[in-house]
Each structure stands twice: as structure tokens, then as C-alpha cells.
Ligand binder design. Structure first.
Ligand code: AMP
Length: 360
């Protein structure tokens, strides 16, 4: 295994080839690294800006072995990569960051909340649900409304159903097709915030200013950052993020989604062991964006500065909103970030636009 810090010219591996991999690869290239992507989709968005691609399933043993051998460090760009794949890479002697534990914990909402509470990061009350009787018991304990979510494979609000009345239990259980689930108490939040934080191999941390997020139908629409918030809230957000990254002995960038209940009270909704959509504003609001920060962290370079030099509003371009590119591309205060996806399916993340609101 090559020594850290990895020298420019070294090769980094990314499991997953979507837009996050693409922007990671672009940041890595700027620092002189070559990137190899592992993704089953030929010519995926990340591969088109990278040095090469293994076109194979995420758990393909031969592709994983080849990737591990070729790379000074291997990372992943979305949390549904099988944790076993990253474990296999690590066992075969590859350097993997973040470690497989972070992936495993974030893949199961019950494990995730149990871990979060254990490190002092509060969440809503929850109840593990395997059967209809569990769901009834959970509802009795947590009251209505409550949110039933599949334990695994949920993202962007998929695999979730609100239970507003005990009479709805059977329908709710059917809606998630009887899969292992978690029932969550409703968080009485006044707004949603997130923290993007990084940790290096020696445990040093760098935390970006908090972002304020708005979702529609479970999908992120807009992040505005730095969020206007009182000192108590900002200090608390930072402390929560640091406890989580330390608790996982984490290396790399992580997104921590928070519910702001007011008066400095924050609950963690979920964590994403990767660069995060709510951190895209850093591309135009900070000297070192979250993508470069992740590359720096995993390659053993010093972490970059996280202060904002501008206030930014990041808006996702979903589905055919991508067609706004020709109106947006002439505006002086916006920067377009497009993902090179051929097909604009409804709701698909096609790009984002960072509007610079003004200097800090
Ligand atoms: P998730 O997929 O867990 O990130 O949930 C998607 C969105 O649903 C969140 O950003 C919130 O707007 C909402 N949500 C999720 N969990 C809860 C909860 N326990 N209480 C209230 N709203 C929630």
C-alpha cells in the first residue's frame, strides 16, 4: 500500500459512478490524481470525466480486486454500495475510506439511530417493525402521526408512509410491502438543517457552515448556506457532527441531516457517509469545496479551509428542469453544474445551480 499522503499522479478508486462520483473525480483531477470508477452502467456520469471504468456490479469480486490493486485509496459515492464489497477490498489489503462500518451503520435506519443515540447525537423516538403487531405496538408507544420507513434502501423519501390514524396500520404495512421497517415519531421541526463535516486519518476535523434545506416530496430542492442561526444552534450542530465522525473513526466527508426544533435543540434525521447534495453550495461559497475536501481527507492531505466567502442558494435541477440551462447560462450570479445524464426522467437529479447571494 502506497504511503500517505498520496502523491499527485496516484490513482483513486470510486465505487459508484453518479453525479457525486463525477464531481469527486473532477476535484481529484484538479489535484493531479487519476480516478477509476466501478459502476455497472457503461459510460456513467463519473466515468466520462475519469481515467477509466470497470463496468461491473458493485459486488463483482474480480473488478473489486482489480480496483483495489490499482488504487492508493478506494472510496464510494453512494450508500447503497454493499458494505461487503468495501469489506472485501479492505480484507484484500486495499486502503478504504470511509471504512465499511460507516457504510453498514448508515444502511439500516435502526442501526443508524441506535449508533447515533449511543454517541450522544439525539434522534426522534423510534420502534423497529418486523410484523403488523410491532407496528401496532410502535404506534401505541409513539402516537400519531408517525412515519413508517423501510430500514434499508430508502432514499429521497422513497419507501416511506405516514400513519395518521391507528386504523391505517394494515394499509401502511402493505405500502412498504411488509419489509423490515422503522416507525419514527414525527419530528416537530421548524426547519431542516445539515452539516457537512470532514475528518482525516489522524482524527482532525473540518466542519462547513450549516446549510438550511427545503424538500419537496422527500427530495431536496434548495439549500441556502451559511444558514442564519443563533450561536447555540451552530455550536450544537458542530458538536453533533464531530461526535458522529469520531464515533465512527471516520475518514472523509459526511453529510449530517438535522431537524431544528428551535432554541438550539437539534435531532439527527440521517447521516450520509459521503459528499452530500446539501453540500453542493460549497463549490461556489468556499475556497475548498466538499469534493476537494473528501479527496484531501482520503489521500492523507491536510484538510482545506471551510469558511464561506459567499452566501449561496443551491437549487437542484430535476427532470426536465435541465432545460433551464439555456436561460441560466447567461446570468452573472449563477453557476451551472450539470451531470451529463442523457435521460431526463421525472424527478431525476440532472444538475444544480448555485446562485451567489452575496459576500459574507
Ligand atoms: P429521509 O428519507 O429520512 O431523509 O426523509 C425525507 C424527508 O422526510 C426529510 O427530509 C423530512 O422532511 C421528512 N421526514 C423524515 N423523517 C421525519 C420525521 N421523523 N418527522 C418528520 N418529518 C420527517
Amino acid at each position: 500500500m502506497a504511503d500517505l499522503p498520496l502523491r499527485p499522479g496516484s490513482t483513486l478508486g470510486i465505487v459508484g459512478g453518479g453525479q457525486l462520483g463525477r464531481m469527486l473525480s473532477q476535484a481529484a483531477a484538479r489535484l493531479g490524481f487519476d480516478v477509476l470508477i466501478l459502476d455497472p452502467e457503461d459510460d456513467c456520469p463519473a466515468a466520462r470525466v475519469s481515467a477509466g471504468q470497470f463496468v461491473a456490479p458493485y459486488d463483482d469480486p474480480e473488478a473489486l480486486t482489480a480496483l483495489g490493486r490499482a488504487c492508493g485509496v478506494v472510496t464510494f459515492e453512494f450508500e447503497n454500495v454493499p458494505a461487503a464489497s468495501m469489506e472485501r477490498l479492505a480484507e484484500a489489503g486495499a486502503r478504504v475510506a470511509p471504512g465499511p462500518t460507516a457504510l453498514r451503520v448508515s444502511q439500516d435506519r435502526v442501526e443508524e439511530k441506535t449508533f447515533l443515540n449511543a454517541v450522544g447525537a439525539p434522534t426522534v423516538d423510534f420502534h423497529a417493525v418486523a410484523t403488523l403487531d410491532d407496528l401496532r405496538a410502535g404506534l401505541e408507544r409513539l402516537g400519531t402521526p408517525a412515519l413508517l420507513k423501510t430500514r434499508r434502501d430508502g432514499y429521497d423519501g422513497k419507501g416511506q408512509v405516514w400513519v395518521r390514524d391507528p386504523a391505517e396500520v394494515a394499509d401502511a404495512f402493505a405500502a412498504i410491502e411488509g419489509r423490515p421497517a422503522i416507525l419514527e415519531a414525527a419530528a416537530p421541526f421548524i426547519r431542516e438543517l445539515s452539516v457537512i463535516a470532514a475528518r482525516d486519518w489522524d482524527g482532525r476535523m473540518a466542519v462547513y457552515p450549516v446549510g438550511e434545506n427545503s424538500h419537496e416530496g422527500g427530495v431536496l430542492r434548495v439549500t441556502t448556506a451559511p444558514a442564519i442561526a443563533d450561536e447555540k444552534t451552530l455550536v450544537r450542530a458542530r458538536a453533533i457532527a464531530e461526535a458522529i465522525l469520531d464515533g465512527l473513526d471516520y475518514v472523509g466527508v459526511m453529510g449530517v441531516e438535522l431537524f431544528d426544533l428551535g432554541d438550539g435543540v437539534l435531532l439527527v434525521n440521517e447521516i450520509a457517509p459521503r459528499v452530500h447534495n446539501t453540500g453542493h453550495w460549497t463549490q461556489d461559497g468556499c475556497v475548498c469545496d466538499q469534493f476537494e475536501q473528501h479527496v484531501r481527507a482520503i489521500a492523507g492531505w491536510p484538510l482545506g479551509p471551510t469558511e464561506a466567502h459567499a452566501r449561496v442558494e443551491m437549487a437542484n435541477l430535476l427532470g426536465d428542469e435541465i432545460e433551464r440551462w439555456s436561460d441560466l447560462n447567461g446570468k452573472a450570479d449563477v453557476r451551472l453544474h450539470l451531470y451529463g445524464k442523457a435521460e431526463a426522467r421525472p424527478g431525476r437529479k440532472m444538475g444544480h445551480v448555485n446562485k451567489v447571494l452575496g459576500p459574507i
